[in-house]
Design a protein around this ligand. Sequence first.
Ligand SMILES: NC(=O)c1ccc[n+]([C@@H]2O[C@H](COP(=O)([O-])OP(=O)(O)OC[C@H]3O[C@@H](n4cnc5c(N)ncnc54)[C@H](O)[C@@H]3O)[C@@H](O)[C@H]2O)c1
Ligand SMILES: [Zn+2]
Length: 363
Amino acid sequence: MIIKVNIDRRKQSYRLHIEKGLINKAGVLIKRAGRPDRAIILTNSKVKRSWLAPLTKSLESQGIDFRVISLPDGEKYKNIDSYEKIIGRMIAEKIDRRAILITLGGGVIGDLGGFVAATYKRGIRLVHIPTSLVAQVDASIGGKTALDTAEGKNMIGAYYNPEMVLTDPDILTTLDERQFRNGLFEIIKIALVYDRRLFDYISRNLGKIAGRDNHSALRIVSRAAGDKAKIVTTDPYEENLRMILNFGHTLGHALETANEYRGLSHGEAVGYGMLLALHLSRRLNIYRAAGGNEPDGLIKSLLQRCESLNFNPAGLWKIICNDKKAVNGEVRFVLLEDIARPLIREISKSQFSEALKGLCGKK
Ligand SMILES: NC(=O)c1ccc[n+]([C@@H]2O[C@H](COP(=O)([O-])OP(=O)(O)OC[C@H]3O[C@@H](n4cnc5c(N)ncnc54)[C@H](O)[C@@H]3O)[C@@H](O)[C@H]2O)c1
Ligand SMILES: [Zn+2]
């Protein structure tokens, strides 16, 4: 399957290839797009164990010279220190503007490598090979690149699009359960705001999906990645439509901050955020879904117990107001009229606190 992502009214576009076993064809596809002077593969210590060899074999088969830069695993390495080290290494290796940077990893490697490619000698070619479910359906699509600073996540960054994204669902076979579920929450998010058919498919096949059935993985990855590609094609710089992708993220980010990024993953935090958005939508008589397939049960079935988490409404509201710029004491939330019918509403502190009650522990 090939999905075309158009940016800037069709002046610039790139392709998203999704296919089982695609990593073995990376060399052919890269060479076809224009033989690079050299390839730099940016990866991490964990992903490298299983997936570096097939990639380098594929590059070698096409006579593409490469260097590997591997970082330790973790979000804490998505920072200026790693950025400087990578750039330093590239300068030492005399990498010039005809080189190509290949990111082989999850969102951390993709965001960091994307920023390196955007800025090294004012920009070099970039190919993403996303290896986590989050990266395959979300981070590799849309051109956002980033570094974290001590002050917060994604404080530095640029929009910079790859020339192609190579998505191989087979790579997900080595992903652990928690990371897989993390991506599943983002897929449910996109289904809820944009794609009823995907939502219905997930509801009907959750057992198979959670059981890591290959065919279902290919199906949900292709569909969710295609949805995100359509959204970012319509709104590349997050001026309107792309905002719906923040569904569940307003509370989600606040929960991560309040819990100091411990005890819950980003996906789980977004899971709680989506439940809150559904509560709010019902309490405000916005949600008018015609019965049947309610999303709450699906989301709750993927969440862990949360009694030990900080769900303090006043504290969370304060964090949200810091994050989001409150206007007249109200903050914008993405809510739902129905599945695939999002809408943005200003929410007050009391509406937020009421809706938050009972969110945690209600399974
Ligand atoms: N640019 C965007 O639009 C965008 C969107 C969403 C998230 N992000 C960013 O992406 C990051 C989160 O992405 P993530 O969840 O992929 O995090 P990650 O890159 O840290 O990957 C999660 C974990 O899975 C491991 N992993 C990845 N692929 C694997 C595989 N195939 N087999 C075994 N282990 C594997 C990683 O080593 C890591 O331990 C955050 O920094 C976030 O800000 C960016
Ligand atoms: Zn997210």
